[in-house]
Design a protein around this ligand. Structure first.
Ligand SMILES: C[S@@+](CC[C@H](N)C(=O)[O-])C[C@H]1O[C@@H](n2cnc3c(N)ncnc32)[C@H](O)[C@@H]1O
Length: 220
């Protein structure tokens, strides 16, 4: 197992930043619906699902709420783990939210049928370690889906996405700046992602490129 001391690349998401993110993304229904549909497409009822880096936990809570999956979440931010646990309790959803690092997961080999990781992979300080851990915790035949901003995202694609968020004023200007100028520096090109996968035991993968994101499907 690859161990890493520093879990974050860039600024960690604790305290006020985590609370601001949780409030801001709560309204982003279109994104969660799309992610939800991907899970439905890629894994069957009764699956054990792991969400890596769930943040406030909206997707995990929605998945658990269907009663169709056993859901676990793993996040390195203690604030997010607390927020996610309290949101799950409010919703009456059963999700096992854990604190931990994507590149040193506290799970036994072959524990999950499906792994999902959204808007987080670019922040991992040990991306190959995280991919290797996803491979280790998946059962044979299991699938992982990683969805994240593409490095070569255009300003137009960012603007269109921010318009959909329904935010205004300074908040809108700030989010647009972060998505246009800060996050792409940490993100990957399709070719760079494929090069990371080559360092792992995943042999079957597919990368879908949309205007905003890379959707990387990996099969064990
Ligand atoms: C931008 S948030 C995305 C949250 C959520 N997946 C979403 O789509 O809204 C990035 C998340 O990655 C988590 N994170 C960053 N590095 C991590 C690591 N090494 N292991 C686990 N979680 C990590 C952060 O704590 C944060 O919750």
């Amino acid at each position: 197992m690859t161990k890493t001391g520093k879990g974050y690349k860039g600024i960690g998401m604790e305290g006020t930043i985590a609370r601001w993110y949780a409030a801001g993304t709560a309204k982003d229904a279109s994104r969660f619906e799309a992610q939800f549909a991907q899970v439905r497409r890629l894994t069957g009822q009764g699956s054990a699902v792991l969400e890596v880096a769930p943040g406030p936990g909206y997707l995990s809570i929605a998945l658990a709420g269907t009663g169709d999956y056993t859901v676990t979440g793993l996040d390195i931010s203690e604030t997010f783990v607390k927020i996610a646990k309290s949101k799950a309790a409010e919703a009456g959803a059963e999700v096992d939210f854990r604190h931990g690092n994507a590149s040193a997961m506290p799970f036994a080999d072959e524990s999950f049928d499906f792994v999902i990781c959204c808007a987080a992979f670019k922040n991992f300080s040990d991306p190959v370690g995280a991919l290797r851990e996803m491979h280790r915790v998946l059962r044979p035949g299991g699938c992982a889906l990683i969805s994240d901003l593409r490095k070569d995202v255009s300003k137009e694609a960012v603007d269109k996405d921010v318009d959909k968020l329904g935010v205004t004023g300074l908040n809108k200007i700030f989010i647009r700046y972060v998505l246009r100028s800060v996050l792409p520096r940490r993100a990957y090109l399709e070719s760079e992602f494929a090069a990371l996968i080559a360092h792992t035991r995943f042999r079957t993968f597919d990368i879908q490129v949309s205007p905003l994101a890379l959707d990387v499907e990996l099969r064990k």
